[in-house]
Structures are given as C-alpha cells and as structure tokens.
Design a protein around this ligand. Structure first.
Ligand SMILES: [Zn+2]
Length: 559
C-alpha cells in the first residue's frame, strides 16, 4: 500500500548514541558502535532505501547511557518532533534508542505512532510503517528486553519529560491535507474544511458505485471543482482579490487517490492502526496518555474506518481495471483463474454473460474456465451466506467464553514465560562461555568439559524450542475481541441478504477463484483474523477443560 504514501513528505531525524557504561566500548563492540560507524551505516542505508528523504538533523548523544532518556540529543530530537520539524526517526539498532525496554517500547509503540512519526531501526529491519502487529508485540519487547539485560544499570526508571508532552493535546503534524484546514485562531488546531470534505465523500460514493478513479477525476474537472493546490491558494487569497488567478492544475487520478486514501480522513496519521490486534490491548488502554483516541482529538474524522478501509481496497482494485472504462462490473478485480492465477475476463455469450480465463483468451496458455455470470452469482451468494452463519456461531462461542471469564489475561502469562525463558537462555549461554574459560584454565578436565557442554547445549536447544512454541501460542491468541466486533457487525448486516451486490462483495471478499472443473473458491476478507480467532477458541479450550468442550458450550449458547 506504499504507493498511497509515495508523496507524503518525510523529514528525517538520525539518532546516534554511544556510552562506555553500556559496554559499547568493549573490544568486540567498540568498532561497530562508534559514532562514525553509526552515522556511516545509517547514511548508506538511507542512500539505498530512502534516496529522496531529507535529513533534517543528526542528533548525537556521545557518552550518555541508554538506560534512561535524560540525554540532550534525544531531548532535542523529541522537541523537534513535537514541533513538527521531523516526522521520521532512524537509528542503527534499538539499543541506540534506549536500553530500558519499557520506556523505549512506549516511545516506539505508542508515542511515535500517535504523533504520526515513522520509526526505522536498521539492524532489526524494523519499520513502523510496515510493521505487523507481531513485529510490535514480539520483536520489540523481546529485542528490547535483551538490550535491557545487557545494560549495566536498569535499576532506575526515569520518567523524563513525558509529562510535558502528555498534557498537550495539540496537532503537531507537518501539513494539513485536502479536506481539512488549520483553525483561524490557532494553527495547532485542525478543523474540517466542510466543502473539501464533502468533495472527498462524493468521490468515495462514486467509487462505491463502481466509477473508476479516472472517471471521477474527469467528473471533478467538468464540474469545475478546484484541484487541491488551487483550492488551497483560493482559500488563502480570498480576501485579497476577486479574480481567480491562473488556475492551471486539474484533478488527476493520482490526486483523487491521494485525497481518498489520506489517513486523516479517519482522523489519524497513525499507520497500521486498524491492525491493532494486540492481545494486551486492554491493559494498555487503561493508561490515559496512551489512549489511541488521543490522536482523534487532533484531526477530526470525515468518514468511518470501515468506509475508509473499503475505499482503499477499491482503489487497489481500480488500478487493475482496464483504462478507458467508466464503471466496473460486479466481480471486477475479484475474479481469478484458479489454475493459472490470471484474472478472468467478461464475455457476452448469446443472451447472457460469462467469464473466461484471460490467459486462455490471449491464447497464451491455460484452458477456457468458462463460468456463467448468473451461476457464479448464485454460488458466491450461497458461500457468503454460509460464511455469515459461521461467523454468527463463532461470535456466540466467544460471548459464552466471556461469560465464563475465560479472559485474555489467562493466556497472557505466556508473554512473561517467554521473557523468563530468554533470561534462562542468556544464563546458559553465559555459563557455556565460562565453561571454555574453565577448561582453558584447567579448572575442569576434558571429560567434565564435554559433559557440561553437552548438557548446556541440550538445555539451550530445549529453551529455544519452548520459546518458539510459546510465540506460536501467542500469535494464535493475539486477536482482540473488540477489533473483531467491527467486521463481525459489518458482515452480519448482510445476514438476510438474497442478492449479490458490488458493495457486499467489496466488504466480504478478497478474491474469487474459478477452476476448470467448475469449483469456486472464495477467499474472505479477515480470513487470517478469523482463523486466529478460531485458534484462540481452541487454545482457550484447554483452559476450559473443567467446564466441557466448546461444542457443548456453544450448543448451550445457541438454545
Ligand atoms: Zn487460467
């Protein structure tokens, strides 16, 4: 989905840190950790991956420990972030950023996301823009946790200057996009620009009706709707002159895409917000300054998250549509050949309509795969109806589990367990290296050495296995009920529907594949979340062994 953000303007902060206390200067680490080396590594990374991004400033804390955030360079960077001067932070590795994993995690997982600041850590290959919930939930705590363990001083948790930022509820983003304006009284307050917002909503409607982005841009130009840059200018000069100064720019498909896919439309600059399916979310929400809604106070939303999600999907599909078409047909962008994976194309056949494999049509390969439109509609409708039934069933099971207090907290102890396993692993590898020293110093003999070595190796392998297993469990249960509810509700609206519509397909379906033997496969949206949910139920079943199986439970819930 990167294309949607290709011209978002990032202004970069490079952060470097070095500290003797943290062991950065030990023989094996001094070279790679030196300030010069950090700078060179980051700059070459930028050259390769972000050649067009401006570096605003390089912030350096030479001689400051990472166990707290009382560092002048870091503070200066925060101030600049806060003033909207930078919106992208890059570090060599997470330990440069901080060695207190709780506090560092708060910045990366919460504060930066809330403020729309992108965060990249080169060595960990972590990018907050593309990070999955798993990256956030597992990679960060664990990596940071290890950094934390290496640190020589973790006894004090410094609260730093958070309180100052906490109390401030102002918009600090670098720009205001089409659909919004800065308040006349206070440039830190963003208001909805009613006219421009209404244009965006009209565009969204047209998209839902099946109009192409191309057609929408033409339609805006014909109506004489000013393109964003001209509109902004016209707002700025409205008191100075009544003449429209040279209006050159026109709406383009790209401008339409930009306006529609702007995250500010749902009142946020926070990327990946919709994917917050963190199993610990309930605990976090309790902390007021971290509340996800804070950002919504700063930028008012003009459409619901569901509309926005579907707009973005429609935009992606639109890009696959043949140019020159004004509208798209019912299955447009959704229908694929199950055998060669090429799209299916629409053909008039006698009085009716059918679809055939596009590769076959071009005589490239594959077979015909003919499916008649009315038949396809009937089958897909049936599949969707049965999927809705399953969802209703799963929801009933979840409801029932909730009444039994099988809460997520019951499963959360896995996270603590993982961390303690990591600690143990660390201990064993230290003991292993001590073993080599002991052998070299002849404190133990060869036989003892081998015996211990074998024991430690075995133990480490077991621990690694256990950790992998625990992580698997967590990823299976990392589904938040309230996040599910959103699409549950959306799906359930169509409970009694008897006819297939484009809107319904967009809401339910990712992809439909047609096989030569006439089998039809429907890939539903939220399929991963849905199967994770089913796994969660399975995992919870173990905890409920005293109270009988899920099947019995749901039977009761239904009656
Ligand atoms: Zn094919």
């Amino acid at each position: 989905m990167d294309f949607l953000r290709e011209d978002f303007e990032y202004i970069l902060a490079v952060y470097l840190r070095l500290s003797k206390e943290d062991g950065d200067m030990s023989v094996d680490r001094a070279e790679s950790n030196s300030i010069t080396n950090q700078r060179a590594l980051i700059l070459s990374y930028l050259k390769q991956h972000f050649p067009n991004i401006k570096v605003f400033k390089i912030y350096t804390d030479d001689g400051f420990t990472g166990t707290n955030f009382e560092r002048p360079g870091f503070k200066e960077m925060l101030q600049d972030i806060y003033e909207g001067k930078v919106n992208f932070v890059i570090v060599k590795d997470l330990s440069r950023f901080g060695r207190d994993y709780v506090e560092a995690g708060k910045y990366i997982k919460k504060k930066f996301r809330t403020m729309g600041v992108r965060f990249v850590s080169v060595l960990e290959n972590f990018d907050s823009l593309t990070a999955t919930p798993t990256d956030y939930n597992l990679l960060l705590p664990v990596r940071n946790f290890i950094n934390d363990q290496f640190s020589s001083d973790i006894s004090t948790k410094v609260r730093g200057n958070q309180s100052a930022m906490r109390s401030d509820g102002l918009y600090i983003g670098p720009y205001v996009s089409y659909g919004r304006k800065k308040s006349a009284d206070n440039k830190h307050i963003i208001e909805v620009d009613e006219y421009a917002a209404s244009i965006i909503l009209e565009m969204a409607d047209a998209l839902f009706y099946g109009y192409t982005v191309q057609k929408i841009s033409e339609w805006l130009n014909i109506r004489g709707v000013l393109a964003p840059a001209d509109y902004k200018r016209s707002q700025g000069i409205q008191f100075k002159t009544s003449f429209q100064t040279n209006i050159k720019s026109k709406w383009t498909p790209k401008a339409v895409i930009r306006a529609l896919s702007d995250p500010m439309n749902i009142g946020t600059m926070e990327q990946g917000k919709r994917q917050r399916i963190n199993y610990k979310v309930r605990t976090m929400v309790e902390k007021p300054w971290e509340e996800r809604d804070v950002v919504n106070d700063r930028v008012p939303a003009i459409m619901s998250a569901d509309v926005y999600d579907n707009v973005k999907r429609l935009l992606l599909m639109d890009m696959r549509t043949a140019p020159g078409q004004d509208t798209v047909y019912l299955f447009c962008g959704l229908l694929y050949c199950g055998d060669c994976n090429n799209s299916m194309i629409r053909r008039k056949q006698g009085a009716g309509i059918s679809y055939i494999c596009s590769a076959y049509n071009k005589k490239e390969k594959c077979t015909r795969h003919t499916i008649v439109d009315v038949v396809l509609q009937e089958i897909v409708l049936e599949i969707i109806q049965s999927h809705i039934k399953t969802i209703v069933y799963v929801e009933e099971v979840l409801d029932y589990m909730e009444t039994l207090n099988v809460a997520r907290e019951d499963l959360e102890h896995y996270d603590d367990e993982i961390q303690s396993k990591y600690q143990e692993l660390e201990r064993y590898s230290k003991m292993q290296s001590a073993l080599y020293r002991d052998r070299a110093d002849e404190i133990i003999n060869e036989e003892e050495f081998l015996e211990y070595k074998q024991f430690y190796e075995k133990r480490c392998a077991e621990l690694e296995q256990t950790i992998a297993y625990l992580k698997q469990i967590i990823s299976n249960i990392s589904v938040n009920r309230s996040d599910c509810c959103r699409w549950f509700e959306e799906f359930k609206k169509y409970r009694n529907v008897q006819k297939l519509t484009r809107a319904m397909l967009i809401i339910f379906v990712d992809k439909i594949t047609v096989y030569e033997d006439k089998r039809i496969n429907v890939v539903f949206r939220f399929a991963d979340e849905f199967s994770a949910l089913q796994n969660y139920i399975k995992a919870a079943e173990g905890f409920m062994s005293d109270i009988g199986s899920i099947g019995a439970v749901s039977g009761k819930a239904v009656s």
